[in-house]
Design a protein around this ligand. Structure first.
Ligand SMILES: [Zn+2]
Length: 448
């Protein structure tokens, strides 16, 4: 099967140029400005469009197994494909939690049957399972997820000696959710004293405060420096945390002991003032902070202190999002709209399209050692998204594919549209429709 993607603006490794991509048996075999002369089984006309590597989302919660009323691998991988995301790394706080090798194997078996894009699963570390880290197969997983302060119960690692053990023993990328639980609990108690049992959601950023993020991120960075751990700090939400990070540059940084950071689309697009309009729909942990924090996060996209953009796609049923700081669930779906949202920020001049591709495609591949994906290069798998500018459409309940059926973006008009998504050379999404026969594969990693 030989496919030609003809005549779009190819965005790859810092360059934007009009060109053609030749795909054979699911692999990119040529990227060229010339018109290829061979004959093809299929020709995809991309004129007027931009052709990007498929997005690699390093942070999703697809809720399977166990929490499938909210979401499942089949439904959310559809949303991913429609959003131009061809690979995702799913987090371990499902039920059972992915904190044993058996639970990890179960998730790979589920995804192999029904994920419409490529998949990989983080292993979750707890206060008690640090010994099992040495048994993990680094070729198959992106890394280990650590909750340093969070509401996810027994996956919280809060004992100092357990933390030291994790940072010392973890030879894979260690992705950390950093929020200090003691500070949060104290703030919550104060807020409840003033406002009652369920303080209004506008106070979320005062409870899940800047100080809580700072204290925990500081601790993680110090431990990573002490043990030489490959730390990736998830969803940075404050300007102050950025000051602890040094820019990641592919020119002079070896990734082995580098400390890197992720920003999430929600924190880049919303500010805490949006609670007024969207209530608890955008309640998320860590909380969405001030316009100044948002501005500084956006700056850090270009200066390298933020290395990756993820979604923290975390669906809940709308009923579970009701209430205030104590009652409403934290987390929101985003994967279907992450690429078009970031393209909107490109239009606003926040970052260039080439830099966006670094942050959403190249760097997730580099930081986690993803094999043969994340680039439009000869020899890579043909994970490709074609997007069209100046093509307005509006998010409605009807076009949301996530199982929860709602989005914080409802009513929003986008100018960019995902026209087609190819996963391993197969069109999984085109003209608004998913081809449910397309199934992704397990992503492989080289962490050396
Ligand atoms: Zn998360």
């Amino acid at each position: 099967m030989k496919i030609l993607i003809k005549g779009g603006y190819i965005v790859n490794e810092g360059r934007v140029f009009n060109g053609n991509i030749v795909i054979e048996d699911g692999n990119i075999i040529e990227v060229t400005k010339q018109q290829p002369e061979a004959s093809f089984d299929e020709t995809i006309d991309a004129s007027g469009c931009y052709v990007l590597p498929g997005v690699i989302d390093d942070h999703v919660h697809f809720r399977e197994p166990g929490l499938t009323a909210k979401a499942d691998i089949e439904s959310e991988s559809r949303a991913a494909a429609a959003g131009g995301v061809t690979s995702y790394f799913d987090m371990p706080n499902c039920a059972p939690q992915t904190t044993t090798v058996e639970a990890l194997e179960e998730k790979y078996a589920l995804a192999a049957k029904k994920s419409h894009v490529n998949y990989a699963f983080f292993y979750g570390v707890t206060n008690d399972n640090a010994e099992s880290l040495s048994k993990l197969d680094g070729h198959r997983i992106p890394g280990v997820k650590l909750f340093m302060g969070s509401s996810t119960g027994n996956m919280l690692v809060d004992k100092q000696e357990a933390l030291e053990r994790v940072f010392k023993n973890c030879k894979l990328p260690l992705m950390a959710h950093c929020e200090d639980t003691d500070i949060i609990n104290r703030n919550m108690a104060n807020a409840q004293e003033a406002w009652g049992e369920d303080p209004p959601v506008a106070l979320h950023a005062m409870i899940r405060s800047e100080e809580a993020c700072l204290s925990s991120t500081q601790k993680a960075v110090a431990l990573a420096k002490k043990y030489g751990t490959r730390l990736h700090v998830a969803h940075i939400s404050t300007a102050e945390e950025l000051e602890m990070l040094s820019p990641y540059s592919t020119d002079h940084d070896s990734i082995a002991t580098k400390i890197t950071a992720e920003a999430c689309v929600g924190h880049l697009f919303f500010t805490q003032l949006d609670h007024e309009r969207l209530g608890s729909r955008i309640k998320v942990n860590p909380s969405i902070k001030t316009p100044v924090d948002q501005y500084m996060l956006r700056q850090a996209l270009t200066d390298g202190r933020i290395a990756v953009i993820g979604t923290d796609h975390a669906p809940h049923l709308l009923a579970q999002k009701e209430g205030g700081c104590a009652k409403a669930a934290s987390g929101m779906p985003m994967i279907q709209f992450s690429l078009v949202t970031m393209l909107e920020l490109v239009d606003e001049g926040v970052l260039t399209i080439a830099r966006m591709v670094e942050l959403m495609c190249h760097n997730p591949a580099r930081l986690f050692g993803v094999e043969h994906r994340g680039f439009l290069r000869k020899g890579c798998r043909a994970d490709i998204v074609i997007v069209r500018p100046k093509s307005p459409w509006t998010v409605t309940r009807d076009n949301i594919l996530s199982k929860c059926g709602w989005s914080p973006m409802e009513g929003h008009e986008y100018q960019w549209k995902v026209e087609r998504t190819l996963c391993n050379g197969q069109t999984v999404y085109a003209n608004g429709a998913i081809d449910a026969n397309v199934i992704g594969v397990a992503i492989t990693f080289n962490h050396s």
